[in-house]
Design a protein around this ligand. Structure first.
Ligand SMILES: [Zn+2]
Length: 107
């Protein structure tokens, strides 16, 4: 069974190359669904109880499409239990990631 492409509505500005006039508008781009067996949200392989891969470009694009901003690790672990979130936050901080500032990589 073919899985549908994921539509991503985005802003687009058309520029008249003769006059230079800019016309704002919108367009739709499409992204492939996650590979079979991978998480539909982040495109990575992980157990459902674990956070999404906040460093995944797939996740960044999907999340931005849904919420209009870049994801954080806190977003990626929103569906996790409080205990799981605490473990991940502690581990990420140990790795140098300022989780509460919204970083997804060590600073
Ligand atoms: Zn995921």
């Amino acid at each position: 069974m073919t899985r549908p492409m994921i539509p991503i509505e985005t802003r687009m500005t058309t520029i008249d190359m003769t006059t230079g006039e800019e016309t704002p508008g919108t367009t739709t781009m499409y992204m492939m669904p996650a590979a079979r067996g991978k998480c539909e949200m982040c495109g990575s392989e992980h157990e459902p109880e674990l956070p999404h891969n906040a460093q995944s470009l797939f996740y960044a694009v999907r999340f931005n499409q849904l919420y209009g901003r870049a994801p954080t690790w806190l977003d990626a672990m929103e569906h996790c239990t409080p205990e799981m979130r605490d473990l991940w936050i502690e581990a990420l901080i140990d790795k140098g990631v300022n989780v509460h500032a919204g970083e997804v990589n060590p600073s």
